[in-house]
Design a protein around this ligand. Structure first.
Ligand SMILES: [Zn+2]
Length: 497
């Protein structure tokens, strides 16, 4: 533990004030109960919510339920008068795509594949195709609006020295090429794959695709047709042996690519509780409400992941709202945010921190809860524990605050094992607090570790330890209470994000 002498002195000075607040803290902290959390979690991890996959009906139902609970507790909508911050997710499916060379028409998934995400609708007719073997080749070519053929370079280490595939595609992009044809033996290997998988992107995060060339991965046979050579069977081997395709092939080629693009609108749900004399400073308490949805008709309930955190955020919010109603509201404002998109790659929290409703510079902390209703195999004997992650990375004050709250009220064994930056699990990078930390906001990640039901359909509500869940949720409450009521804003004096 690295607590400076100055911090200890500050603690002594502010102790009296803290004690006055603390008598109130316990009164409201104790309203976070196993029974209340159980009531929430039975709905959130119930079959109606269908596993809460982002951008599905289940997620929308979960959002509506969370809003009803925030509203009933007396919180305010947190997004400029609305409860939800919607963000775009994309899902594309291929309608049709062919490549025509002279009189020969080649088919998607038989003769070539295309990058559906990056691809833009295209019906391009050219009378020549350029071949660029190396990065240096591009220097001599003007390929703006043209079609460039390259070979995939993954087969031999040799080719790395000539620029890897990604690098050569990005040069084609920089030079304004309209399409890139990548000779790839793998392009013909997917005939037996489920066509639907090849023809749909699944959900993906917002990307700027406007200036990208379309990328087609073509079989050596298709490439040989364009290059007008009979080396179709062993084209890449011939190139490896030193055969040079013509830099320009005068071949009539038509590239046709049509996709249907869908924009989905999942949401983060934000509840706001206005502070008193320091209301412009904001304390965040977060959890993700999305989970994995359904696979074939099996529901992945996500009771621990992260129904437990979602229930905790609702009950913590309600406890703060009770305090405010009784005239003991926090000095700083509170935002209780449940995000979606976490299981898809922290998308909801990334979107929020890139489109913040409250200035990030005034955002004091994010206390993020992700899985606090179970025990992991390492703690089967002593279950009175909680992993604390990331608490000392940006502020030297956060760990002492959290430990003091724990020493005073909850008496959990705080386990810092996963705070080790060299821990191979890398949990610090794996939940929504990480997005806040990237913006320099001090965070704590509260976590019970993984277990046999992690990301399985068996992560169900009957396995939750509600007494333990309540105790852990109360620790978050008391830590939030201290941060929201202390005289000085939490310092940011470390930079180990
Ligand atoms: Zn998860």
């Amino acid at each position: 533990m690295r607590v400076s002498f100055v911090v200890i002195c500050l603690f002594l000075v502010t102790r009296l004030h803290a004690q006055v607040n603390n008598t109130h803290a316990a009164k409201y902290g104790e309203t976070i109960t196993a029974a209340g959390l159980s009531r929430q979690l039975h709905v959130i991890a119930g079959p109606e919510m269908e596993g809460r996959e982002t951008a599905t009906r289940g997620q929308e139902r979960a959002a509506a339920y969370i809003i009803s609970q925030f509203s009933a507790a007396g919180l305010q909508p947190g997004v400029n008068g609305k409860w939800e911050q919607h963000y775009p997710l994309y899902s594309d499916s291929l309608l049709n795509s062919t490549i025509t060379v002279g009189k020969n028409t080649y088919q998607f998934a038989r003769d070539f594949l295309a990058d559906l995400r990056a691809g833009n609708n295209q019906d391009l007719k050219v009378s020549r195709v350029y071949y660029a073997e190396t990065v240096a080749d591009y220097a001599r070519l003007d390929v703006k609006g043209q079609v460039v053929m390259i070979r995939d370079g993954v087969k031999r280490g040799l080719y790395r020295s000539k620029g890897n595939l990604e690098e050569r595609i990005s040069i084609a992009k920089e030079k304004g090429a309209a399409a890139v044809l990548v000779i790839s033996p793998a392009a013909g290997r997917y005939k037996s794959l489920e066509q639907q998988k090849l023809r749909s992107t699944g959900m993906y995060w917002q990307k700027d695709t406007t200036a990208n060339p379309n990328i087609y991965y073509i079989t050596p046979a298709l490439a040989a047709d364009i290059l007008n050579t009979d080396k179709a069977d062993n084209l890449l081997e011939e190139i490896d042996r030193g055969w040079k395709p013509p830099v320009v092939s005068n071949t009539a080629v038509r590239l046709l690519f049509n996709k249907a693009a869908t924009i989905l609108q999942p949401s983060n749900v934000l509840a706001y509780l206005e502070g008193t004399d320091k209301k412009n400073e904001i304390v965040f308490v977060t959890a993700h409400y999305d989970h994995l949805g359904k696979k074939d008709n099996e529901i992945f309930y996500g009771a621990d992941d992260d129904g437990s955190g979602t229930s905790a955020v609702i009950e913590i919010a309600a406890a703060f709202a009770r305090a405010k109603k009784a005239g003991n509201g926090p000095r700083r404002s509170m935002v209780f945010m449940t995000v979606s998109g976490e299981e898809k790659g922290l998308l909801g929290s990334q979107y929020y921190t890139e489109h913040p409703v409250y200035p990030l510079v005034n955002t004091v902390t994010d206390l993020n809860i992700d899985m606090i209703g179970r025990i992991d195999p390492a703690h089967e004997k002593d279950t009175n524990y909680l992993y604390i992650i990331g608490d000392n990375k940006l502020s030297s004050e956060l760990r002492p605050i959290n430990e003091k709250a724990n020493d005073t009220y909850t008496h959990l064994k705080l386990d810092y094992k996963y705070n080790d930056p060299n821990d191979p699990e890398g949990f610090y990078y794996r939940s929504d607090h990480y997005m806040f930390a990237q913006h320099g906001i001090p965070i704590i990640f509260y976590f019970n570790g993984t277990h046999a039901d992690y990301h399985a359909a068996t992560d169900s509500v009957d396995k939750i330890n509600f007494e333990l869940l309540a105790k852990r949720a109360r620790l978050v409450f008391y830590t939030a209470w201290d941060i929201a009521n202390r005289d000085e804003k939490l310092v940011v004096d470390r930079h180990d994000r």
